[in-house]
Design a protein around this ligand. Structure first.
Ligand SMILES: C[S@@+](CC[C@H](N)C(=O)[O-])C[C@H]1O[C@@H](n2cnc3c(N)ncnc32)[C@H](O)[C@@H]1O
Length: 262
């Protein structure tokens, strides 16, 4: 028998999250900082859906005044203890008021927790009031368009195994498309070798398409400066400083840089 949770074991267990998705070279933080520099962002940065805080802390060490925000109390607690420097605040990215910023960053598909159009409107309206005119929105996420005509990520469950604190963890992840809701629904079953019952967890991401994203951004007063698939912090090959970015948006990750119209 497995227990089913709407909660997310990974986002409720920050240390497990960092063990499962290590980023020792802080490539995500470096990528975000590179975008902020390239497009001339001012110093005040909000990392919304900041998770464990490692990217927020990287931006802080790069000299920025950073606020990290998340709705997971466990993530915020971990961030304060393990990635100090930024100010960490509890917030829901679908509607937030956290002060004034020169840039908002939103990494690793956090934006796709906006499941409905109202959620997306709430997120972008909140970004708009948080940003100074000319401020930047930098985001990195799955690409809904990848699933048009491709089933490689849907056909077979993905298996992962890793050792954490002496216990072997295995996960089996199944993805399914909910077409009407435009959601990518994920079921993940965790098993460990310590005798604990398997845990089944469900979550979902919005399937957001490049042209749809452009439309939402324009409606909220943003100009898209770049929207592309390669390279990024979670692509293969990985982003490296100085890389030229693609003009395509066909791969499984989308990278967005948009400016709030002055
Ligand atoms: C996949 S993790 C990414 C974390 C971090 N940005 C990174 O790149 O490592 C998604 C994060 O979004 C947070 N999250 C999910 N829904 C949210 C919401 N409605 N408001 C704020 N944070 C949310 C989760 O708690 C989690 O920390």
């Amino acid at each position: 028998m497995s227990a089913t949770h709407d909660r997310n074991l990974l986002t409720d267990s920050p240390e497990l999250y960092e063990a499962r998705f290590p980023d020792p070279e802080r490539i995500a933080g470096r990528w975000a900082e590179d975008c902020l520099r390239r497009y001339g962002a001012g110093p005040r940065v909000l990392d919304i859906g900041c998770g464990t805080g490692r990217d927020a802390a990287y931006l802080h060490t790069a000299g920025r005044e950073v606020t990290g925000a998340d709705r997971s109390a466990a993530m915020l607690d971990h961030a304060r203890r393990h990635h100090p420097g930024p100010v960490y605040r509890h917030a829901d990215l679908r509607s937030f008021e956290l002060g004034d910023f020169d840039a908002v960053v939103c990494l690793d598909s956090s934006l796709l927790y906006c499941h409905t159009n109202d959620d997306l409107d709430g997120f972008l309206a909140s970004c708009r009031s948080a940003l100074t005119p000319g401020g930047l929105l930098v985001a990195e996420m799955r690409n809904g368009a990848y699933f048009l005509g491709r089933t490689d990520l849907l056909d077979t469950p993905a298996h992962a195994a890793f050792l954490w604190r002496g216990t072997s963890h295995r996960s089996t992840t199944t993805l399914r498309i909910d077409r009407a809701a435009q959601l990518l629904r994920r079921t993940r079953v965790w098993t460990t070798d310590d005798g604990a019952a398997p845990v089944e967890q469900r979550s979902a991401w919005r399937l957001l398409f490049p042209q749809e994203l452009r439309h939402f951004l324009a409606a909220h007063g943003f100009t898209v400066l770049a929207l592309y698939d390669l390279p990024g912090p979670r692509t293969e090959p990985r982003w490296r400083a100085g890389d030229t970015v693609a003009t395509t948006a066909d791969g499984d990750r989308l990278h967005l840089i948009a400016r709030l119209d002055p």
